[in-house]
Structure formats: structure tokens, C-alpha cells
Write a protein that binds this ligand. Sequence first.
Ligand code: BG6
Length: 640
Amino acid sequence: MTHHPRAPSTAQPAAAGVLVILGASGDLTKRLLMPALLNLACDRLLPEGFAVVGMGRDELSTEEFRARLRGEIATFCTRPNVDPERWSWLESRIHYLAGEFDDGEAFARLRRRVDEVAAEVGATGNTLLYLAISPDFFALVNRQLDAAGFTRLPGAKRIIVEKPFGRDLASARALNQSLLAHWPEEEIYRIDHYLGKETVQNLLAFRLANGMFAPLWNARCIDHIQISATETVGVETRGGYYDRTGVVRDMIQNHLLQMMAYVCMELPTSLDPVAVRDAKSALLASVRRMEKGDVAEACVRGQYGAGKKADGSAAVAYSAEPAVDPQSSTETFAALRLHVDNDRFEGMPVYLRSGKSLWKRGTEIVVQFRPDTTAAAGVGLAGGAAEGNLLVFHIQPFQGVEIRMQAKRPGPMFTLQRAGMRFDYADTFDAARGTGYEVLLSSALNGDPTLFSRTDFVETAWEIVQPVLDAWAATPADDFPNYAAGTWGPRAASDLLARDGRHWHEILNRDVLARTAFFAEAPALVLNNLLPAFRPLAAEAGETIVAAGAHDDEMYFVCRGELEAIDGEGARLGVLREGEFFGEMAVLFDQPRAATVRATTPCDLLVLDGDEFRRIVNDFPAVAAEFRRIAAGRRSANGE
Ligand code: BG6
């Protein structure tokens, strides 16, 4: 058996070094890099031999630059307070010089300054060059760095590059070539900030260290995997960038494929950066390439129209956002079905989905196991035994891992109910919230490239999405906008899974449910029972949800949109709005549907199936009483 040295169990300060930030007066420095450095300084994870030298276009002295950052850090710091002593420690190590990227003299001055500062703090021989600039300047800045001798600095040196890394396969290849003309691959650190997230790194830890799941990790046991990263925000101030980009380039080509690699790759035989990155690249290489003709069947795109924000205020359509072309055919939502062509996952789909202006902010990975149709269902156990287990990786904002399972309900009957086992980071770890850049910066200082993307990974990721980009560019969407801001996304995304006999698992958290007035005050036990029982439903304007006289018995909660209740003659009995529910009477009073309910606007609903609803009513008398009170009010309002 191979013996691997044990990694230290407590964190050590990073290696001494100088961080050079090109584009230091821009947004990234104040929003992410400085807060991350401060967090590292607070946790004593920066060495005494550490300094920052920034160069930017703003004409500032070092003193002015420090004062500016001092004024901004309170806003962007991720901890409740800025520790003044730790901030001064960091601030005294920050230096600045103004310079334009086309000015060779400026780079020569930068070089002299870096040498001086490195000598002063004892950090010579370890230089990080952070390109916090638009990729349009990469080629120029690299030439200038080369001319000023940065590529020939003694000791270790690395260049850190932010996304977007190209806008398609061809431009990514060209970008790689232009970087590789100045730096060898080992010195190029391409950032994907998702790899800085604890919960993303935990995907590898989970798989490596919890052997009980290993025998199940294949298409015989797993039905499919869903990876969703949904945001409630629209494009905000980034319309100009986003309109050239779209969600496939912005999220799927990088963040979602990174997570997919961690979940689906063969486990590396060591934690050596080469082994880990080889395993990830091999996984991407085995993702089946789509032909252009496959795209219409396997991929869905969407763009948001006017709607509502999470706080209920009005949200404008994407096409009306600042700096967005009013005729834009850029997608703000996409869902893709991918396949991994290897022995382990042959035939098992992986669904990826991401979008802006959706109902919920959340990144989750759901591993849907196949149901065991021979056991519980075979012996006729009541209560949904035919469902497979779910393993849910909650990446953010809730951080944890959960197993959804079936349990015997307390009482004399031998029946089942959905239940969950949850590991919540906050219950177990006392880690302060970070930016995600802490681990990336300290790994880069230590020369550990594990969490950075290699040329082959980036290019293979582009190869995977290129057919989608090509197909969509060739045929602009004719149905945009096709989802209202603040909803679950376009209907076609549900249809994509429905065609495969599946549905998206909308992972609801308590805070999401609490936005519906009825649940705001509900006790935790009720919410814990409801969360796994709800099924989301998106309805289009004009769609009938329940028909008068029908004997079905689902109960519906209105999350977004408006519906009308109409009687047999078509007369309107009432309007149902967000936060209200309907369908309870058929269950509570065991009667056919008294009215037809039809969506008058696009609607997002949460549905409780009849059995689940009866169970909740039975188990929670106070909730049942509230339903009855509201239902009785409706009956009398309807003159019954
Ligand atoms: C960035 C995208 O890479 O990731 C943004 O450019 C997106 O559009 C962001 O909002 C999401 O990051 P996070 O960490 O909030 O999930």
C-alpha cells in the first residue's frame, strides 16, 4: 500500500511572497482580494514576509491608495467588524503605483518597486502576478511583464488569471497560446472562484473519506444527477458584460462543469495536484459531445421578462436592463442534459441548470438514487416507498449535505414518510464566512495549483458547450422572454426532464418557504415536514389548475402570480394571489372540486399531493384548524 505523508491538521501561514495586482484600482481588489487578505491576516495565515504591490490606472500615491482601501474595507469585509490591528498590519504592507498598460516605463518602475518591497519584507523569490483586468488587455500586459523581466524573475513566480477565460473554444485556445508564449503551464493559475468554496472542496473530501457511498457511485445505483445554480438577482449593473456573455459562458462552462467534475470523476489516487487535475480533465473528456442537431432536444434556454424580485418589488425585463440591447437574444437561463460516456456512468444523465432572476438563490447538487423496487414496494409498504433516495449537496447559501430517505411513521401502523438526515456546516464548524479567495490566494502563494484550472480542463469545458453556443447563435430564440423574473424559470426546463420521466428537485429551504405568508410563523416541525413533501409547479397564463367537478385532491400554494376561481357558468368567484392557497376543500370536506381555478398570469405554485396533505392535517391539528378556518370563510363567502 502506498504511504502518503499526512497533511497538517491545522492551517499554517502561507509561504513568504509578494502579490502584484495589475488593475489594482478596480473592483476586484476592493470587493474580494482585500477582504480575503484581511481574513487571512486575522487567522494568522499570512507570513510576516508578505506584501502587496498594486498597479492601476488611477493616479494615486501609496498613501492615497491605502486610505481608499481603508475607507472601503468596512463595506466589503466578510466579518462583522474590521479588526483594526490586523488591518493596519495588512495596510502597512500595501504599495501602489499608477501606470497605463501601454506604458513600458511603468512596468519597468513596477519591476523596481517589486524588487525593493520584496527585499524589505524578506519575500524575494516568490512572486504572484494577479491579472485583475479585462482579458482584452491580457496579451499587452503579458508582453509588458515579459519585457520588464517578470518572466525571468529568480525563484518562483506565477500569473493568476480571472475568468472569463475566452468566449468560446477558439478564443480560449488563442488566450492560452498567448499566455503560454510567456509563461509555462505550471506558472499559470486560472481562477474559478467556485473552487474556493468550502462546500465545493467538500465534494472531493466527501467522496474520498466516506467509503460507504463508493460502491453506489455508478449508473446501476444512481438514476441521474442534477446540478443547479440559481440566482434571484438579475444582471444588475453588469448588463454590458452579460449581454455579450449569457449564462452558458458565465456559469455553466466554468462553475457548473467544475462541480460536475468533482461529483463524477474517478477518485484520484493521491491529492497530488497532477493527480486531482488529471482526474477532473479525464471526466470532462468523457462527457459526450453534442452535435448541433442534439441541442434542441437536450438544452433549454430562457430570458427573463418583467416580474418580481425576491422582496416582492417590481423587476424589469432583461431587455430593459441598463446596457442591454432591447432586442437581445442572450440567454439568462439554461438547462442542459449531458451524458458521461464511461463504464461507471454509462446511460446516466447529468442535468445542469443555471439562471438569473429566479425564485430562489441556491446552488445544489442532487444525486437521485434508483428506487429499490423489489423491497419496500414489493411487500406493499404504504407511503411512497417507490421513491429513490436523494443525496443533496447544499453548496450555498445553506451549506451542508443531506440524505433524503423514508422512515417509519411513529404509531401502530407500519407506514412510511419522507424524512431527512442533514449535516449543517454551521452546527459543526465555527468557521468565519470568507470570500472563497482566501484558499485560492494562500494556495497560489504556496505554489499549489490543485484549485486552479489547467489548459486542458478549460478547453475541454469549452468543447462541451460549444455546440450549444453555435446552435443558439445560429437560431436566435423566437420566444424570449419566456419566463417572468422571480419564477422557477421557463416551462421548457420542466418539460426537458418530464420527457425523460423525471422532474427537477426544487430544494426548498425554510427561508424560501417563509416568504409565503402562511408559513412565516409555522413551527420548525411543520416546515421540516412540508419541505420534502412539496412539489413545484409552473403554470402558464390561461392554464387550468383544477377543474370543477374533478375528484383529484392536491392542495396548492401560490408563490408567484395570480389565479381566478370560476364557477360552472364561468362567473368569477374570486382571485387568488401570492401567499394564498387553494384546493383544500376537496380534501378537508371530501368533495369534488367546487370551482375551476385558472392561472391569469404565469404562476409558480407549490403542490402538496392529497396523501401528503392529509398526513400534515392529521399530524398537525393547529395547521389543520387554520386551513379549516380559511376554508370555512371561503365557503360562506361563496354562499354555501
Ligand atoms: C460569477 C458570474 O462568476 O459568478 C456572476 O460572473 C454570478 O454572474 C457569480 O453571479 C455567482 O457566484 P456565487 O459565488 O454568488 O455563486
